[in-house]
Design a protein around this ligand. Structure first.
Ligand SMILES: [Cu+2]
Length: 144
């Protein structure tokens, strides 16, 4: 009997702990949600000033700070290995991780000549990727 009580107690404590952790910042993704590039296309050659257009299906765009189910804002990953990101924490704001917290669906970029990879990742109101992460295919472009 004592053992059962102890098991229940441990279970309760562990559920409370998971509620109180950083995981409360994670929002669930809509099933089948997709983020993708409208332009450029994979393999395109572009000039040093280019417009990137973001597409999203199955979820909505909302500015950072706006907490609404199945929404988020775009993040553009430039020449970045997505595995280097912690998907349970707010995304850092760096030259390789651009936030579009105003709810923008396109951006004008300046990139140096050469080969570059681009990838889109949706983040929630607190810049945390959803569960599951809504991540685009990685595309490769040549800047001339
Ligand atoms: Cu963000």
């Amino acid at each position: 009997m004592k053992k059962i009580f102890l098991t229940i107690l441990v279970f309760c404590i562990s559920s409370l702990m998971s509620f109180g952790s950083a995981n409360e910042l994670i929002s669930e993704a809509a099933e089948g949600a997709q983020v993708y590039f409208i332009s450029p296309a994979d393999g395109d050659t572009v000039s040093t000033t280019l417009t990137v257009r973001f597409g999203l299906k199955g979820m909505g765009v909302a500015p950072a700070g706006t907490q609404r189910k199945h929404t988020g804002h775009h993040h553009l990953l430039i020449n970045l290995d997505v595995d280097s990101l912690d998907m349970t924490q707010p995304l850092p704001a760096t030259e390789q991780v651009m936030h579009f917290g105003g709810g923008q669906t396109e951006a004008q970029l300046q990139l140096p000549p050469g080969h570059h990879s681009l990838q889109l990742l949706l983040g929630n109101h607190a810049h945390v990727p959803h569960d599951q992460p809504v991540l685009s295919e990685k595309i490769y472009i040549t800047v001339e």
